[in-house]
Design a protein around this ligand. Structure first.
Ligand code: PLP
Length: 399
């Protein structure tokens, strides 16, 4: 066992920034007023929420802060957007999404299919890039909603939201576009106006705010029926007393994320590229699952052929290194990830695929340590693989 902690799983969640925590603390202690009350004491809370709303408006470049709703997480943002649009106009029954969305979107669509909606799941190519022709062909008169993620959580592959919006609106100007932007917040600039987005969801814990707070942008021309009905909070679109400390934290995290964007796009990317190129050059049975696709700067997904990802993760964990496999454990059996399956990652690599996701806290020393230790780990895992002949053939091929 080691006391070392090298955290390379930032697409799962991130460390809360000290400055975010500092900004939140008064709203747990002295400033506990209900922001909706009438007295002066509550004004500081309601003003802090107003300020946070303006910060999120600027973070996504919305026209008006009234277009921002606070939610509890990315999943709630997606559910509010999707159900909100469909329930507002119940006459249209067709939805388009992609095969590689997050489960908070995919599982919701499966539930909606049981309620009579028709859902088209658009495919991706072997790099994880969305098939835009398939998307264009799918939009029709009855399409109520298109929902496409901005970047994928497992591969980091970025979808061209501006082109997607153009395609959708040219086919049906009344179709709404919801974008799950959870994995781009703090990694690339978000501009809802320039990209023609109607609704967009983010989640605080992916960009150094705490878990349990998110936001949804709904442009002023888009009507939704609320998911949570009750009081008048959030202009009647999301009832429940506002979570003042967390909302303040989300605003601060967004402000900080914006100020670190250049650092993400240069330094975090440089460290990601260093990790990736060293793994690919030092380990003969490693393959970059996304090829040349455009990706967020912090993520790389690498398959190690003929070995089990879980074994690699256990060895990494013994050294204090946290990464994640592309596999999800379903009912006791290890199922390869739906994202890598949609990309047709060969069966030889799909079980041994590891996602590495960095953050602004990742250091050069940490990356050097992984580069030093990983070849030994892979060699150990490879030595007990039942595919020794195939591995030898691969070694000869890549020599
Ligand atoms: N969408 C994407 C792309 C994600 O990666 C995640 C979380 O991993 C979510 C949505 C859900 O966010 P939350 O955990 O805040 O509900």
């Amino acid at each position: 066992m080691t006391n070392k902690l090298i955290y390379l799983d930032n697409n799962a969640t991130t460390k809360v920034d000290e400055k975010v925590l500092e900004e939140m603390m008064p709203f747990f202690k002295e400033e506990y007023a209900n922001p909706s009350s009438m007295y002066n004491f509550s004004r500081r809370s309601s003003n802090a929420i107003k300020e946070a709303r303006v910060k999120i408006r600027d973070f996504v470049n919305a026209q008006d802060e009234k277009e921002i709703l606070f939610t509890s997480c990315g999943s709630e943002s997606a559910n509010t957007a999707i159900r909100g649009v469909l329930n507002y106009n119940k006459t249209k029954k067709h939805i388009i999404t992609s095969k590689v969305e997050h489960p908070c979107v995919l599982n919701l669509y499966q539930a909606l299919e049981k309620q009579g909606y028709r859902v088209d799941y658009i495919g991706v190519n072997s790099n994880g890039e969305l098939d835009l022709e398939e998307l264009a062909a799918a939009v029709c008169e009855d399409t109520a909603l298109v929902s496409i993620m901005w970047a994928n959580n497992e591969t980091g592959v970025i979808n061209p939201i501006d082109k997607i919006s153009e395609i959708v609106k040219s086919k049906n100007k009344d179709t709404k576009l919801f974008v799950d932007a959870v994995q781009v917040a703090g990694k690339i600039p978000i501009d809802v106006q320039a990209n023609g987005v109607d609704l967009l969801g983010i989640s605080g814990h992916k960009f150094h705010a705490p878990k349990g707070v998110g936001a949804l942008y709904v442009n002023s021309k888009t009507m939704i029926t609320p998911l949570i009905i009750g009081g008048h909070q959030e202009k009647g679109k999301r009832a429940g007393t506002e979570n003042t400390p967390y909302i303040v934290g989300l605003g601060k995290a967004a402000e900080l994320a914006q100020s670190y964007l250049d650092y993400e796009l240069t330094e975090v990317k440089r460290l990601r590229d260093k990790l990736e190129s060293n793994i690919l050059s030092k380990i003969y049975n490693a393959r970059l699952n996304t090829g040349v696709a455009n990706r967020v700067p912090n993520t790389t997904n690498i398959g190690f052929e003929y070995i089990e990802g879980e074994l690699i993760l256990l060895h990494l964990s013994d050294l204090g290194i946290c990464a994640s496999s592309g596999s999800a454990c379903t009912s006791g059996s290890l199922e390869p990830s739906h994202v890598l399956r949609a990309m047709n990652v060969p069966f030889t690599a799909i079980h041994g695929s590891i996602r590495w996701s960095l953050s602004r806290y990742t250091t050069e020393e940490e990356i050097d340590y992984v580069i030093e230790k990983l070849p030994g780990i892979i060699e150990k895992a490879t030595s007990i693989s039942p595919y020794q002949n195939e591995l030898q053939a691969l070694k000869n091929l890549r020599k």
